[in-house]
Design a protein around this ligand. Structure first.
Ligand code: SF4
Length: 325
């Protein structure tokens, strides 16, 4: 781990001999928390356009999307290989035949070395995990990104997530049992949560086990239930120093082997209502590194190895690959 944080960039450098970057793919999925299967209206903060500005583009041609993205990242970053990132909505929410066709279209594109699949923990069937595990066995890099946001069921209810912590736990266990890697998404500053609750969420995620983490501040975007509540004055948002301090508290308490995929999140300026500091993503990331340095600490410093997640086959593989590269 070159810096105080084991970033996804560090992981990719160790895993691959060449530079690898993600390319976002929009496969036109929907979400069971929007279409009525699990709920209606979606999570209170959800305006999916804000996650991925390409969401409105109805572009079914996976090859064309990947090729366009590949050209852009090659020019911008020099990356020679890419991971196809199925990001918008719930990217396991379709019949297995359709999923197989979409995933394999992506894997067959030039320079694609794997998939990153963003989804909800309550809509991942065992047969989908088996399919993804078969790609991993062929040597592809496969990550499942599960939105958890909070381990507290009362919070999940408050934000209309439509699933419980137990569903997350069972899905993560089923995923990691197959040797697939999991990245868990958490939101800091959710309504009704204090620092203790957020750190408890991290402790529960640690108990279950994960391979990576994404942290985001709660932010308000247009055309959401959260925006309505925020305008009424019902929502307290974290200030940047509070957020940075919380992120560092979490980093100190997470295993050094976890890959940190993201330290902050934002939306485009035309959609973001608050907090305005979210827009300056790099200022937030730099502040997190500065705070870690000020504390003189590294990821995992506040936990003992013995209290970290039990080593599964997957995490052993992960550590092996990290050390051997
Ligand atoms: S699970 Fe994702 S896509 Fe579905 S409503 Fe929530 S944030 Fe939106």
């Amino acid at each position: 781990m070159p810096g105080p944080i084991y970033s996804f960039g560090d992981y990719l450098k160790q895993r691959f001999a060449v530079k690898v970057h993600k390319v976002t793919v929009n496969a036109d999925f929907t979400c069971p928390n929007i279409d009525g299967t699990r709920g209606r209206g979606g999570c209170i903060y959800c305006n999916n356009v804000s996650f991925n500005p390409n969401t409105q583009r109805k572009e079914p041609d996976i090859d064309a999307q990947i090729e366009a993205g590949r050209q852009i990242v090659r020019k911008r970053t020099g990356a020679g290989k890419v991971l196809a990132y199925f990001q918008a909505y719930s990217n396991t929410y379709a019949p297995i035949e359709k999923l197989q066709s979409l995933y394999e279209q992506a894997l067959q594109c030039p320079d694609v070395v794997g998939l990153v699949i963003g989804t909800r923990p309550d809509c991942v069937a065992g047969e989908v995990l088996d399919l993804l595990a078969s790609y991993q066995q062929q040597g592809y890099e496969i990550w499942l990104e599960y939105g958890l946001q909070s381990a507290h069921d009362e919070t999940l209810e408050r934000i209309n997530r439509g699933h419980s912590f137990a569903e997350y736990r069972d899905t993560v266990i089923a995923t990691r049992k197959r040797g697939l890697k999991v990245c868990t998404h958490l939101i800091l500053g959710l309504p009704g949560e204090d620092r203790g609750m957020m750190l408890e969420t991290l402790a529960r995620v640690r108990e279950v086990g994960t391979d990576g983490i994404k942290l985001h501040p709660l932010h308000v975007v247009r055309h959401t239930m959260l925006a309505y509540k925020w305008r009424k004055g019902d929502i307290h948002l974290l200030a940047q120093p509070e957020y940075v301090s919380l992120v560092c508290d979490m980093l100190e308490r997470m295993p050094a082997s976890w890959v940190v995929h993201r330290l902050t999140g934002t939306a485009s300026e035309d959609l973001l209502l608050a907090p305005e500091w979210c827009v300056r993503k790099w200022a937030v990331i730099n502040a997190v590194y500065a705070e870690m340095n000020r504390r003189g600490c590294r990821q995992g410093d506040a936990i003992e190895e013995s209290r970290q997640m039990p080593l599964t086959i997957n995490s052993v593989k992960h550590l092996d690959s990290a050390l051997s590269c």
